[in-house]
Design a protein around this ligand. Structure first.
Ligand code: PMP
Length: 411
């Protein structure tokens, strides 16, 4: 039995998502790929179209009412994000294109200007490519070293290896809050405390945590936190970089352009104070408004209720999937978010994905932008089913039935 939050009827929330009334291969769509990108509730779509219909103008420039309205919507969204992740100040919220751009911003702004050859960044083997490649680029550019923390066979980080990874040259810990392949929720508060005991700042990739659980950046005490709106039921092309204010004030800009300056001449430029220093050019105003609408939608439900709902789905799905002969779960450690990776004996993940697709079920099959982790488990790929707040137990039943069908077809 699903333990629904008393106030929230998750089955009825499905109606908020117009796309879930559509079909996939002529069958009712069963969307189990929210880790790749979540579907959007009507409230988000409407907030964005209302903006274009009623309030559209560029921000921070106009002296007319429409522009003031657009600016107010944009800046209010900063406040909404601040409250959602419990930052101390809205000045600590920078709008970026997504998780990827947030990490690149830190690597290029802070890393490239302040670090030297031989300085070290601690990563883990479960990182998404977007938390590997920006640091690799920095290694190519200035000669930093990457130290990689391994995972155990059940998908937990090796905390002893982490504790031993610090040296006087360590400049940053950059780790994922929750794995997009294993689902593992890492003990980021404890890991941050360990890093801080070595005077090392911590960047958390929250792409797979923020959509599934309450996040409080002040409680974790991390220095940087990044996430993407599109996995949080918001639009594509927009995301958030949270950074502690004292660090932001000291960081050089990432890109130059309009809106991030105070004064410009050909000989000298002074930069805007606060988050605008990192938001060069006209931003994705509609995206920011859509992100705020997504957060407000989630706040009305409560992230704790979303977490509980998805944990109940996990409790239902994990034993049902494990009972299928030949199925091997990849990443069984707890706590985990609603992300389940698995492989089947003698059937390639892409073949399973194709059978599921024909049954109307959307999952992802592949390396999930985590090639080092795939190599660690000696796998070319996995199938990944991931949950959103709209998923229900009957969809897990359909998933199990379709995997059994694939077994019959391929064995
Ligand atoms: N980190 C993790 C853990 C992810 O799952 C993803 C998206 N799959 C990213 C980073 C990259 O996010 P985006 O493509 O939205 O920048």
């Amino acid at each position: 039995m699903m333990m629904l939050d008393k106030k929230t009827d998750f089955a009825s929330l499905r109606c908020d998502f117009p796309i879930l009334q559509e079909t996939n291969r002529g069958k009712p769509i069963i969307y189990l790929d929210s880790a790749a990108s979540a579907q959007k509730p009507r409230q988000v779509i409407t907030a964005m179209s209302d903006f274009y219909y009623q309030d559209y103008a560029n921000i921070h420039r106009g002296i007319y009412e429409l522009s003031e309205r657009a600016t107010a919507l944009y800046e209010n969204a900063r406040l909404v994000v601040k409250e959602f992740i419990h930052a101390k100040k809205s000045e600590e919220i920078i709008f970026v294109r997504g998780t990827t751009e947030g990490i690149n911003l830190i690597a290029q702004s802070l890393g490239r200007s302040r670090w030297q050859a031989g300085d070290e960044v601690i990563l883990t083997i479960m990182e998404h490519h977007s938390n590997i490649v920006p640091w690799y680029l920095l290694k190519e550019q200035i000669g930093i070293e990457l130290k990689v923390i391994p995972v155990t066979d059940d998908g937990a980080l090796d905390i002893e290896a982490y504790q031993n990874a610090f040296t006087p040259r360590t400049k940053m810990v950059a780790i994922t809050h929750a794995s997009n392949v294993l689902g593992t929720i890492n003990p980021v508060k404890e890991m941050t405390a360990i890093a801080h005991s070595h005077h090392v700042p911590v960047l958390l990739d929250g792409a797979q945590a923020v959509p599934h659980m309450p996040v409080n950046v002040q409680d974790i005490d991390c220095d940087f936190y990044v996430f993407s709106a599109h996995k949080l039921y918001g639009p594509t092309g927009i995301g958030v970089l949270y950074a502690k204010e004292e660090i932001l004030l000291d960081m050089p800009p990432y890109q130059g352009g309009g809106d991030m300056i105070e004064t410009v001449s050909f000989d000298h430029v002074t930069f805007a104070k606060g988050p605008q220093k990192f938001e060069a050019g006209t931003p994705d105003i509609a995206g920011v408004i859509g992100l705020a609408a997504a957060i407000q939608y989630l706040q009305a439900i409560s992230m704790q209720a979303v977490f509980d709902h998805e944990q109940a789905l996990l409790d239902y799905a994990l034993p049902a999937l494990s009972a299928i002969p030949g199925l091997r779960l990849i990443g069984t450690t707890i706590p985990k978010v609603g992300v389940i990776s698995f492989v089947m004996e003698n059937i390639h993940p892409h073949d399973i994905g194709t059978v599921l697709d024909h049954e109307g079920i959307a999952v992802r099959a592949g390396h999930h932008c985590a090639m080092p982790l795939m190599q660690r488990f000696h796998l070319p790929a996995t199938v990944r089913a991931s949950f959103g707040l709209y998923n229900q137990e009957n969809e897990i039943d359909a998933l199990v039935a379709a995997i059994q069908l694939a077994k019959r077809l391929f064995n």
